[in-house]
Ligand binder design. Sequence first.
Ligand code: ADE
Length: 257
Amino acid sequence: MSISIKPNTTGLIFAMREEQEGLQALITDQELHHFAKRTFIQGNLWGHPVVMVLAGIGKVAAASTTNLLIHHFHVAQLLLSGVAGAADARLKVGDIVIAQELLQHDMDASPLFPRFEIPLSGKSRFLAPPDLYLELQNATQAFIEEIQQHFSPQQIQEFQLQKVQMHTGLIGSGDQFIHDKQVLGNLKRVLPDLLAVEMEGAAIAQVCEEHALAFGILRTISDSADETAHIDFQSFVKNVAAPYTLGILKKYFENKN
Ligand code: ADE
């Protein structure tokens, strides 16, 4: 099927199938397209044109998928929603982080270039466009205020969702699931403002910056990036992170004109 390009389309990228749970069924007027071993679901979500895709995990998967969304669907903006490990003691499992800056924490071409700098670009940090992260903040705040409507009292107890907080700041991405206090500590020593670690955001940021495209990165804290990081990970993603994504994106699209 040939693609009909829809103006103002939002690209929705997910790294894991469980993270997009429930959302796919809400897309109306679906058309499926296949490129590069991925299925792109084009349609409307709460009245807005979207293309949703499961990118896979890691920076290459994210960058490659971002390029496909730009070139085949001419998306006007990109959103990624998923999970991250906490890199700051103030962040608790169940909190939400919105990226203001992103950095590839495993980029190291030193001594040719400073650690973290993308060679020949002169930069190590990518700034998220403020308009979009402010809209995500508003949607997230509204979601947090009515969190009891999305989870049963038992779930709130089980997943400790009584005092969910929103944070905005630096997210670090790398091709590494961090599950070691020492590894995290080493990163934190050189990046004191690091809030969370994940595996895709800064790759999307780099490609979007090259194309002057707006992007937003939204992450639910699923673990503390230490030795316990893998415990109940899948259950958390399915039972907490996926409903967060659905609830926050609904608020976001309902407020969007
Ligand atoms: N995504 C969720 N938790 C993570 C972690 N600990 N490291 C990297 N990516 C993650």
